[in-house]
Design a protein around this ligand. Structure first.
Ligand SMILES: Nc1nc2c([nH]c(=O)n2[C@H]2C[C@H](O)[C@@H](COP(=O)(O)OP(=O)(O)OP(=O)(O)O)O2)c(=O)[nH]1
Length: 130
């Protein structure tokens, strides 16, 4: 079966992580900004490109957090999450309706991609160990 490779960026600042609410397909759902890995691109290049395209910021990857399978969509997704931080710029939304910073422990899975619990756990472990 076809599986789409997706990367998402968990931007960290002051003990908080940035999440954004989708427009379009799955409108209203909160997520870590991200998208599909393009041909010939590394995962790290993809996550930096997606953060620039979706949030107009320059970011860097701090750590690969984990990879999960998201089977809740029409096409199965393999989602790899990266802890990132902003190097330059101020977040400007373009493909999301809202964005917010919050403690990762405050993410409500009822309004988030439900498969992402392991990502949130890995993120909390990383932020606690820092
Ligand atoms: N489980 C999970 N999926 C996510 C997260 N963030 C994120 O973009 N996705 C998934 C949802 C979408 O089904 C998939 C592709 O996102 P997208 O449509 O924004 O990708 P893209 O930017 O490459 O899309 P496009 O250029 O083709 O419009 O990625 C996340 O935090 N968790």
């Amino acid at each position: 079966m076809n599986q789409l490779q997706i990367v998402c960026g968990c931007l960290i600042e002051n003990d908080q992580v940035f999440i954004a609410q989708r427009l379009g397909k799955d409108a209203g759902l909160w997520e870590f900004p991200g998208g599909k890995v393009e041909n010939g691109e590394s995962h790290e290049e993809a996550v930096i490109r997606e953060l620039e395209e979706e949030l107009s910021i320059k970011a860097e990857v701090l750590k690969k957090l984990c990879t999960i399978e998201d089977n809740t969509k029409d096409i199965p997704l393999i989602v790899t999450a990266y802890a990132c931080q902003i190097l330059e710029g101020k977040i400007q939304l373009s493909v999301h309706s809202h964005g917010t910073w919050l403690l990762p422990s405050a993410i409500d899975l009822r309004t988030f991609h439900t498969s992402d619990e392991p990502i949130i756990r890995a993120l909390i472990d990383f932020m606690t160990a820092e």
